[in-house]
Design a protein around this ligand. Structure first.
Ligand SMILES: Cc1cc2nc3c(=O)[nH]c(=O)nc-3n(C[C@H](O)[C@H](O)[C@H](O)COP(=O)(O)OP(=O)(O)OC[C@H]3O[C@@H](n4cnc5c(N)ncnc54)[C@H](O)[C@@H]3O)c2cc1C
Length: 624
């Protein structure tokens, strides 16, 4: 990353640890951290300071003075002013830390009674060497607890191992630390879940236990699950299996509308010009009825619908057999990205046209030598007056032969590090020099295109975000792609029902192997449904999933392949021949789903890449 780009984001690190960022700042910072190891390291360095603040014991601080009510806002307004002034000065690596320290120092005088945090619990050590002062804090994380230790008085330089003890007595090692002369702050992840944790401890290099803190069983939930109006943050459950009356009413309304409006005849396939335009007309019908981008904020033409309502609509849409959606890249990726990074002018220019499907968008990320390794992209853009001149090639561009616009990442500074020097551009597909060459698939249709750019002039006001900060913008876009529960569980539950019907029709429903496979797929679909509800609960609280979204992608894409593969076993010869006697309700569609399922573990990040992300960023395993 360039110093300039990092400087801007590092200014926000302190405020992020104190949870004082605006949603836009938070999303942008997370995206930047995804691609910048140095800033992640800086954040990790600052974290113990924030934790020390959170751990400050009010009992030892005497009676704190009462701050005036508006003080916090004034302090943060001042910090923002300082931040602006700081930007004009020469930046040093420590600027972010300095500001964070200032914020923390100011805060410590007054913010000494942190709000109860349901995820966090403190435990004293009952086994402790003489002269050592220590405290253990556990945070509930996925998949296991995170251990925070503060320890003073151990022999400086000596190495110690930290472990979590399971209820069966097994000690699971989290990692090691070297004792220091002063107060050591240690943060280590573990895979042991909170209910299974009975102690945390520290052993010396000979394996002798030097410190142990027993961990009490977690408190049982005291009230019925409900996320709609939690009485206190402590009462928040992981998921809510009920819909409110309002949501049920919305479901009925959506179902009725879909029943009356979903075309009785299948539209021509969207991978042809005729079919694409028929689908565009359908998008316009959805928009006129208020169902396009209903989850967008009202300020941008949406309905401000909750993520739960959006999920209900998708579920009903699938059950009603609604046509394929052709502008999901505009509605779910480009629109939300513009809301975060676009100027007011850009928002007014493109957002309404995305909703009305006047502009249908493609995604121009992948290149012949840059797929999983997106930062290897080579498409160049060179500034020439008020425009950028673009040369290069994109590939696997969905609907690329028919779309109106493409959002693309291009290299604007070839001298910079790989993740830096990239810019995010909106390019009109009708510009001179853009050539979309259809890639014809086995089914004879052109679902993809290769898009070639030859001296394409792109006005500079079509840069989204800042020049050379396109990696942050692109990571935000991918974050939207991963956060959304892209595949509705309704689809898999419906597929299992179809399988049961087909197995019965073919007289296979008594076969124990078939029954076993169907039961496994049904359990998988229900497990995914539970996971999706948990995800929705978190999204409806305004949380972002970050790296955990990779688990969702892995779950649905692999379930999809198992489901449609088994369908071929059940269908036997009918899997190959479209016959009116087929035991499957919609054999043509089932066949298409089977083939498309092959791609599910590739697009939006391959399964291998998802596993890399989960192992490194969720489980904290070392890079392989
Ligand atoms: C249906 C479909 C629609 C698509 N639509 C679009 C689109 O609209 N716009 C767009 O820009 N792109 C699109 N893509 C492209 C997609 O993003 C890429 O195919 C994907 O990112 C993988 O890149 P690749 O094909 O170059 O494979 P590669 O990155 O070359 O990967 C090849 C194999 O190596 C493995 N691999 C690579 N790196 C690692 C690693 N570090 N560790 C372990 N294994 C690794 C991969 O998992 C894979 O198995 C689409 C793809 C599909 C299938």
């Amino acid at each position: 990353m360039t110093d300039e780009v990092c400087r801007r984001w590092r200014d926000l690190l302190g405020a992020s640890l104190l949870d004082r960022l605006s949603p836009e700042e938070r999303i942008g910072l997370e995206a930047h951290l995804d691609g910048c190891a140095e800033c992640r390291a800086e954040l990790a360095e600052l974290r113990p300071v924030a934790s020390a603040l959170a751990a400050a014991d009010p009992a030892h601080l005497g009676t704190p003075p009462s701050p005036p009510a508006e003080l916090a806002d004034r302090v943060f307004a001042h910090v923002r002013t300082v931040r602006r002034l700081e930007r004009r000065r020469r930046w040093t690596l420590r600027a972010g830390a300095g500001i964070a320290a200032a914020v923390i120092a100011i805060s410590v005088a007054f913010v000494v009674r942190p709000a109860p945090n349901p995820e966090r619990e403190d435990f004293p050590f009952t086994t402790l060497p003489a002269g050592v002062v220590a405290k253990a804090t556990l945070y509930r994380r996925t998949p296991g607890v995170e251990v925070w230790l503060q320890v003073q008085g151990l022999a400086p330089g000596a190495t110690y191992a930290v472990w979590v003890e399971r209820s069966n007595g097994e000690r699971v090692r989290c990692g090691t630390f070297n004792a220091v002369a002063g107060n050591a702050h240690v943060v280590l992840p573990s895979t042991v879940r909170r209910p299974d944790t009975i102690a945390v401890g520290v052993s010396d290099s000979h394996g002798h236990v030097v410190m142990r803190a027993p961990v009490a069983p977690p408190k049982p939930p005291s009230r019925r699950h409900s996320i709609r109006a939690p009485a206190s943050p402590d009462a928040r459950p992981a998921m809510d299996l009920r819909y409110s009356d309002h949501e049920e009413a919305f479901r009925t309304e959506a179902r009725d509308w879909l029943r009356a409006n979903v075309p009785a005849e299948r539209l021509p396939v969207a991978d042809t010009r005729e079919g694409f335009e028929a689908h565009r007309a359908w998008e316009r019908t959805l928009h006129a009825a208020g169902y396009a981008g209903m989850h967008w904020p009202e300020a941008y033409g949406g309905k401000g619908a909750s993520v739960v309502q959006q999920a209900i609509f998708v579920e009903e849409y699938l059950l009603a057999g609604g046509p394929e959606r052709i502008n999901t890249l505009g509605l779910n990726l480009m629109g939300p990205t513009l809301m975060v990074y676009g100027t007011e002018e850009q928002k007014h220019r493109w957002l309404p046209r995305i909703l009305s499907a006047d502009d249908v968008w493609s995604q121009g990320f992948s290149e012949p030598d840059a797929g999983s390794d997106l930062a290897g992209l080579k498409t160049r853009a060179v500034r020439d007056g008020e425009a950028f001149v673009v040369n290069g090639q994109k590939i696997w561009t969905s609907y690329g032969a028919f779309t109106d616009w493409i959002f693309a990442v291009v290299r604007t500074d070839p001298e910079a590090l790989r993740h830096a020097g990239i810019t995010f551009l909106a390019i009109d597909m009708r510009s001179e020099g853009v050539e979309a060459r259809p890639i014809v698939q086995l089914d004879g249709h052109a679902g993809f295109a290769e898009v070639f750019f030859t001296d394409v002039r792109v006005p500079a006001d079509q840069v989204i975000g800042e020049v050379n900060d396109g990696w942050s913008v692109a990571m935000t876009t991918l974050g939207f792609e991963r956060d959304a529960p892209a595949a509705s569980p309704a689809r898999y539950l419906r597929a299992v029902n179809d399988l049961i019907g087909a197995a019965r029709a073919r007289g296979m429903d008594g076969d124990p192997v078939v029954r076993d496979r169907i039961a496994e797929l049904y359990a998988g679909a229900q497990a995914y449904r539970a996971h999706a509800l948990r995800t929705l609960t978190r999204l409806s609280r305004g949380e972002r999933l970050g790296a955990e979204a990779s688990m969702t992608k892995l779950l649905w894409s692999e379930l999809e392949q198992r489901t449609y593969e088994f369908g071929r076993d059940v269908l036997g010869p009918y899997a190959e021949v479209l016959s009116p006697e087929s035991p499957m309700r919609d054999a043509r569609l089932w066949n298409a789903y089977y083939w498309f399922a092959r791609a599910a573990t590739i697009y939006a990040g391959t399964s291998e890449i998802q596993r890399n992300i989960i192992s490194e960023r969720v489980l904290g395993l070392p890079k392989g």
